[in-house]
Every structure is written in C-alpha cells, then in structure tokens.
Design a binder for this molecule. Sequence first.
Ligand code: 5AD
Ligand code: SF4
Length: 449
Amino acid sequence: MPKVYLRTFGCQMNKLDSELVLGELLRAGYQPVDNEFEADVILFNTCSVREHAEERVYSHLGALKKIKKNRPEVIIGLLGCLAQKDKNKALKRVPHLDLVCGPHRYKILPELIRKIAEEHRPVIETSQSGLENDGAYFRNLEARQNSFQNYVRVMQGCNNYCSYCIVPSVRGTVRSRPLPDIAAETKMLVDNGCLEITLLGQNITAYRSEKNTLADVLKELSKINGLARLRFITSHPAYVTQELLETIRDNDKICPYLHMPAQSGSNRILKAMKRGYTAEIYLDLIRQAREIVPDLGIASDFIVGFPGETESDFEATVNLIREADFQNCFIFKYSPRPGTKAAELAETVPEAIKKERNNLLLKIQSEISARHNQKLVGKTDDVLVEGGGKNNHPGGRAGSGKQTGRTVHNQIVFFESPNDLTGQLVKVRITSATSLSLQGRLMANGREN
Ligand code: 5AD
Ligand code: SF4
C-alpha cells in the first residue's frame, strides 16, 4: 500500500479539502502516515491569503529536497490556493516538486499521482473547468479527523472582489450547493456520530440555490435528529439579513456566534477596500443583531496598514473596535497580493508601523475579550470536549486529566476530568477567565463533581 503524508496550511476550507482529498486517496488504496519520512507521496495543501503564509510553505517545501535526493521515487505535491496562484512558478522555485494541483482538480488527484509515477515527469493541473464538481464528492467517513465535529461546504468562491483579496482569483466565483445535497451530507455525518457541524463558505451569507438562502439551509439542518450544534463561517456584513438573525434566534441548535469581518473602521479605507459598507452601517448592523439575538457573540477580522492608512484612519479602527465590543478579533498586517486591485497601489505604511498598529489592536481587543470572558465566571456552560489539552498556566503541558472544549460561543474551556471525555457534550462551571480562554470544573448531573 502506498503511504501518503498530507499536511494542511490555511483556513477551515483547506482542512475540509484535505479531508476530501484524503478520502479519495484512501479509496484509491493509500495509507495515511503522520510524517514525511515514511511517505511515498507528500502533499502540502496551502494558503495564499498573505505572503507570509506562502513563504512558510516554500520553506517547508525546500526542506523536502533531502528526502527527494535520497528517495527520488517519492512524489511531492503542492495543493491548494498557492498552487492555483503560482502554477508553473512553483515548479521553477522548487525544482524537486512533482505536482502542482489547484483546488478545483482534487477529484482527479489519484489519477494525476499515478501518471507522475508512470511517466516520471511533473504535472501542473490548475484548470478551473472542474468547478461543477464542487461538493460532488461522496464523503469518505474514514478520512474524518474525528467523528463528533465536522465541516460541510455550502458554497465556495466569492464575487465581491475586495481590493486586497486573492480569494476570487484562486477559488473562483460563487458556487452554492443545492440544499438537498447539503442536507443529505449533514444527515449522513450526524447518523455517523457527528454532534457539531460547521458550515463553510468564503462568503457564506451570499449562499443562494434555487430560492434558498443561508437561513433556509440553517432551518432545514436544524431539523436533523441527533445534531447538537450548527455553526457557519464566514459572514459578510453587506449580506447579513434580518431573516438570518431571526433564524439564529429561533433555533436552539444554531450557535449564537457571528464571525463578521469589518476589516477597518475608516470609511475612506473601507471604500478603498471595496467593502460596500461604512463604519456606521456596520455598527448599526451589530446593534440590530444584538437586539434580535441578545446573547450573540460577534467576532471580526481587521487588516492594518492598507495602502494610504493614516494615523487618523487607524484611530477610526480603534474606535470601531471599542464601540463594537467584539468577543474576539483576528488582526492581520496588510500583505499585497499579486493580481488584486490593491496591489497596484503603492504601500505607504512601513512594516514597523504595521506591527505597532497590529499590537495595539491586539492589546485593546484582549482587554475587551477578557471582560466578555470574565462575565461567565460562576456560570455553567455546555462544552463540547475536543480532547486532552494544554492547561493555560505558564509552562503547562498536556496532561492525562486535562480536557479542552468549546462553548456555544466558541470560547475555549479547560477543565480536569478523571476520564477522557473527548467527543462528549458536558456541563462545566466556569471558575476563572483570561482574554484567550476559560477554566472550569466539570459538573455531574448539574452538580459539581
Ligand atoms: N493582507 C492581509 N490580510 C488579508 N486578509 C485577506 N487578504 C489579506 C491581505 N491581502 C485577511 C482578512 C480576511 C482574513 C481571512 O484574512 O482580514 O478576513
Ligand atoms: Fe483559505 Fe483563502 Fe487561504 Fe485559500 S487563500 S486557504 S481560501 S484563507
């Protein structure tokens, strides 16, 4: 049996793609291994959202040269968004690469590998003509990382063309899957032990198939017996509707958590980013969302150092973050992406200032997150246990009694348990909190253990 090592970089969509790719390879007779040294086929599924992510991948690929020298028959492949973006450039940069395969061609991946093994020459496969194959995979349950927490794609691609973003060029325009397909796949996963489903789409709020919207998908999936939690990412503010918010409110299974990136608080920068809303509209939407779903946890993304971002633009972002009172935020330093509109603009913010602004936003958000988390101390929360985790004391290591899981609001919780509870929904009483996580005590039958 040929052995495959598949390593994933990047977002949840890539994690799901890796599962689907692995599913196809298992069907073709491959055996998965957890390191590159034992593998006959080494695959990196990669991200190109920022240059830093790309450089990391190239450096890991460079390190495989030794393996290829010692065992020339090993097949090394680059998959994912970086493959789609760099095509034959990747081969020029990494001469020991055998395969460059974009996200639209995974269905034929086992064939491509066979071809390389037979013909001993590299293959580049980045055509987008396989788009209609999206979601046409039959899920292979053996490829799941675990049985209790799974991803389901509802759409992919994006038509927004935000000026900084590479996604439309590497992932294509929006394709939404028919609701019956999504429902059948979800039901199959739930029937096989899944408690929590996270629905994925680069702009999931743009989902549209026949007359169905994301709200219709959520309502339909909520009916599935045995499903405990339903999540969805990522939402675009210009597409979040009252119907979606009311659907979250009216269905217990839908986690009251909205990941809705603002990207900036400056109207000038938002316009240059082509985001389609102002800071005022964004804040109004947050207000409306909290009115409809009072316990809604809202998370956001921000980019600092976009071309032309002045000190006062940055202040506007600080103000928005303070006012929005997010549960948590992801902050990124602007990275010009070739082929995007913004890459034509001269960079005006030096790296040192980007770093400073990044750190300042992190600090401000960390105080806000700590406040949100502190409010939970003394309360009991449902936690889906994800496994043995590190404790969050300095120097803490994974220990037998340590467990980690997440609340419905996606907060990380650590607690002790005499036995491993991975994959179970348990009640945990929160005893302390930091900006990043919660600590708690396991409850038995509603009482403390
Ligand atoms: N530079 C920096 N951050 C970016 N993001 C997307 N494109 C870029 C870029 N060119 C960020 C956005 C997005 C998150 C996934 O990555 O904040 O929401
Ligand atoms: Fe995911 Fe976008 Fe990175 Fe591709 S470029 S892996 S879609 S974040």
